[in-house]
Ligand binder design. Sequence first.
Ligand code: GLP
Length: 243
Amino acid sequence: MEWIVTKDYKSMSDTAADMIVEEIKKNQHLCIALPTGGTPIGTLENLAAAYNERNLDYSKLRCFNIDEYVSLGKDHEQGYYYFLNNHLYSKTNIDLSKTYVPDVFAKDLEFEAELYEGMIQENGYFNLILLGIGEDGHIGFNEPSIVHEAICHVADLDNSTIDANARFFENKTEVPKQAITLGIGTILKAKKIILIANGKKKSDVIKKLAITNEIDPKFPASFLLTHPDVTIICDKEAVSCKE
Ligand code: GLP
């Protein structure tokens, strides 16, 4: 794993966006999986700014949601497709017919998750995945567990994740309890992985990731150790150890 420590959130977002822009310049057809949450907002907005200021063409990109809450549709303000559309797609010439998200209203959600995996497979898996990380080490919505599903699946969210994500909702009871997420195997099939993290609240999980040297399914981010091309970009606060 390559580690890049930046002075602050802005510089983490600049560094991540610059790396992604370089990949887009090399391959306009890039197949990319994108995260949600507080962390990636700056990176996504930089990508939108780069499109406008550097005269880039995003029309051939293929963009996949890493995850989506069960029961929040594409037009729900706290839905993850809405988030990506709001921060990136709608501000660029990304072709919405090449943006993908599971249908979280499907009658058979497990089957829908398999269809989503199939779509990713048809697209040759990801050239690039931009990941965030949960305070408990989850990536996508692959929560700490003794067993993991390799492919896209329906995930039950841990209480701690529901608590962490409640800040985006009016109250905790509104946070969905399930999501469709890429599996660990889907993530690891990406050619290149960039993980971003910022702020003191991530310092414990980032410290754990830095010292981990073996796979621990109860620490999902540890699976990244098996991947040959992972870059972790985090700001100083996320690497500062709490006493
Ligand atoms: C959610 C998402 C993850 C994301 C994580 C961190 O649980 N499913 O993909 O990485 O939150 O979010 P934040 O960036 O807000 O800390």
